[in-house]
Design a protein around this ligand. Structure first.
Ligand code: PLP
Length: 379
């Protein structure tokens, strides 16, 4: 099925091709893909999806590929949704983990970069660039390699050596930057403008959201086409949270789910711009000064899609919670004790869920899904 693009803020229609952000200079906000869902038969789709093998491209009718196109794939998606028993304050809840560590490069970033690289090369990109805390860089490097195009990565200098080596393994050209992800973002944009490399930075192109959207599709499917009561998401740039909200809206429009899911964002106490802005009832999030957390994926001081995240959280009746690095690490160990190889960001979701449970936000009888966004071994 075909799709069109529109601005996520001013809703201005934007031509496809190597699309970036809203072309109105006073706006410049992220673009969203819109499908003609009214023309689709939800029940027929559900049957077709269930009957298909494979990972995230099973949902291709609501993904950005034309019927004649092949995606650039490494077998991403199709990750397990595991019910875990932690006990203590979690008694009375059905607690589940979407274990994204099982993706080809070990993180959920594969889904987004798979969709973005697929679109970029079909639209004619021959060179790709990205700023990354590590996981997105590894994913871009792998998918660029798969597509046979070069990739350049700007990563913060203090990115763990193992993470950087993982990117190098796929043949990417890596530049270490004395600064945080926002400085890497500036350099990527500059490099793209100078060389013509297509910039796949978070929300600077519309399709990473479309890939991340498939996590929620798989969750709803695994629950027997029922939306979970709540999800707890480790939030950085926000594509996963925005993608999850988008999936639920699209499935509702297709008549495939009717329940509501509360979306909760977890961030580190040393960098929690979205949690702070949500608590203050803001539409946009002030950038966080002196951002610091060992959860590199969550060290995003200012996000282009802040307003989309805040809207999604608010409209879902969810919320935000900030947890310390120590609590994240303890959370990762607790998930480990339940057999899940969780990254620190995955651990953050357990720590956040505990706070939310104590605050009475997660109630008896509810199904709550945590996102282990990367495998323990990615660090
Ligand atoms: C492991 C991990 N979890 C969470 C995030 C944040 O994800 P999002 O950009 O969807 O908010 C990142 C981003 O780098 C990450 O690497």
């Amino acid at each position: 099925m075909s799709w069109r693009l529109e601005c996520g803020l001013c809703e201005r229609p934007v031509a496809r091709g190597l699309a970036t952000v809203c072309p109105d200079p006073d706006c410049s906000k992220p673009l969203l893909a819109r499908y003609d869902l009214g023309a689709l038969d939800g029940e027929a789709l559900r049957r077709a999806w269930t009957g298909r093998q494979g990972g995230m491209w099973r949902f291709r009718e609501i993904m950005p590929v034309e019927p004649s196109e092949d995606p650039v794939t490494l077998g991403e998606g199709g990750t397990p949704l595991l019910e875990i028993e932690i006990g203590g304050e979690f008694e009375g809840l059905t607690l589940m983990v979407k274990d994204e560590g099982l993706n080809p490069t070990g993180s959920f970033k594969d889904r987004g970069l798979c969709a973005a690289v697929t679109r970029a090369v079909h639209e004619g990109a021959t060179d790709l660039v990205i700023p990354s805390a590590g996981n997105a860089g590894a994913a871009l490097a792998a998918y660029a390699a798969r597509a046979g195009v070069p990739s350049r990565l700007f990563i913060p200098e203090d990115t763990p050596e193992g993470v950087a080596r993982r990117c190098e393994h796929y043949g990417a050209d890596i530049v270490r930057v004395d600064g945080l992800i926002d400085e890497c973002g500036r350099l990527s944009a500059e490099y793209g403008a100078e060389t013509g490399a297509f910039n796949i930075s978070t929300l600077k192109e519309p399709y990473r959201i479309e890939g991340k959207k498939t996590m929620m599709l798989e969750i709803v499917e695994a629950l027997g086409w029922r939306a979970p009561d709540a999800i707890v998401y480790p939030t950085g740039g926000g594509t996963g949270l925005i993608g999850s909200a988008k999936t639920l809206a699209e499935l509702r429009e297709l008549g495939l789910v009717d329940g509501d899911t509360r979306l909760y964002a977890v961030q580190g106490t040393g960098c929690a711009p979205i949690v702070r802005a949500h608590a203050a009832g803001e539409t946009y999030a002030e950038p966080w000064r002196n951002a610091s957390t060992e959860a590199w994926g969550l060290r995003v001081p200012g996000a282009l899609g802040d307003f989309l995240m805040l809207e999604a959280i608010r409209e879902s009746g969810g919320g935000g919670v900030a947890v310390s690095d120590e609590a994240m690490k303890d959370g990762a160990l607790e998930l480990g004790a339940a057999g899940v190889g969780a990254s620190i960001e995955g651990g953050a979701t357990l720590a956040g869920a505990r706070e939310l449970r104590r605050a009475g936000e997660l109630r008896d009888g509810e199904t709550v899904v945590l996102f282990n966004t990367a495998h323990l071994l990615t660090y």
